[in-house]
Design a protein around this ligand. Structure first.
Ligand SMILES: [Zn+2]
Length: 284
């Protein structure tokens, strides 16, 4: 449910971005007649039975796949372990490069694929592992095989991991008013504006695109935050990639609050989003 509502809080499209998306849909033959320019960020959620060429792109004259159709939008894979492991591994390079090159005998084509990757999964095949209310019926081997479908390197490329506990019945009727998507979207747009101004002339549009040198410059920490991050790094066994992801996520949390500097609270929150590193690291 959360993933499907994500498009309602994504930042507005610039005209340049809208053109890029429209071009891809046109090449893919997915543009309806008279539909004009696409003005919304795409949300793609292919089924787990999808083939490699449908997700990456392919065919005799290579057409864009789901990763390119999700360019500047969201690619959502529900029930991640149900996908073919080989297909999941194919996502690693495009996630890193934000482009994909499809080579054929007589041609080689490169398509953009700068998408937000969102995935969901259960803790085990039956879905009840680690829950107090219900007993998990899976064998240890079944859980290991299930989680083993998600490789460490793929998990490492995901910025934010969140464990969602089941909602209790009494909370379903919670009458407390929640923030609307419109309010959240305003905050997101503001954070984007802050980033665009900060990275003017750098060919970087968001914190996610920061390279190591720029991370050093724009994600500075005070001594206390540095200490906290170092302890977490050891305890969670974070990779170098995860380390920079924590810094970038903390920068974004600070931007959403309109803060100039990354503060202790921001770094603690960002570390909290790496909880699966340790959990899944142990299971492999
Ligand atoms: Zn289970």
């Amino acid at each position: 449910m959360m993933a499907k509502r994500l498009p309602t809080i994504l930042p507005d499209l610039s005209f340049k971005e809208a053109l890029e998306i429209t071009k891809i849909y046109s090449v893919a033959g997915e543009l309806k007649k008279d539909s004009g320019i696409i003005m919304n960020r795409p949300f793609r959620n292919p089924h787990h039975s999808i083939t490699a060429s449908s997700i990456i792109g392919g065919g005799k004259i290579p057409k864009p796949g789901e990763i390119s159709l999700a360019h500047l939008g969201v690619l959502f894979l529900d029930e991640l372990p149900e996908f073919n492991k080989k297909i999941l591994e194919l996502l690693r390079e495009p996630l890193e490069d934000k482009t994909v090159t499809i080579s054929r005998l007589n041609c080689s084509l490169t398509y953009p694929c700068n998408f937000m990757f969102v995935a969901s999964m259960n803790p085990c095949p039956c879905g009840y592992y680690g829950m107090i209310e219900k007993q998990c019926t899976c064998s240890e081997l079944a859980i290991k095989n299930y989680l083993g479908k998600i490789s460490g390197p793929l998990l490492d490329r995901i910025d934010i991991h969140i464990e969602v506990k089941p909602v209790k019945y009494e909370n379903l009727n919670n009458k407390n008013p929640e923030e609307t998507s419109e309010v959240i979207r305003k905050r997101v747009n503001n954070a984007r504006k802050i980033q665009q101004k900060r990275y003017e002339n750098l060919k970087v549009y968001s914190n996610a695109e920061l390279m190591p040198k720029l991370i050093e410059k724009y994600c500075k920490l005070d001594d206390e935050s540095k200490k906290i991050l170092n302890v977490a790094f050891e305890k969670l066994g974070l990779s170098a990639r995860a380390y920079t992801k924590v810094l970038k996520v903390a920068r974004t949390i600070a931007d959403l609050e309109g803060k100039t500097n990354i503060e202790k609270e921001h770094i603690i929150e960002a570390i909290g989003y790496r909880s699966l590193d340790k959990k899944y690291g142990e299971k492999f």
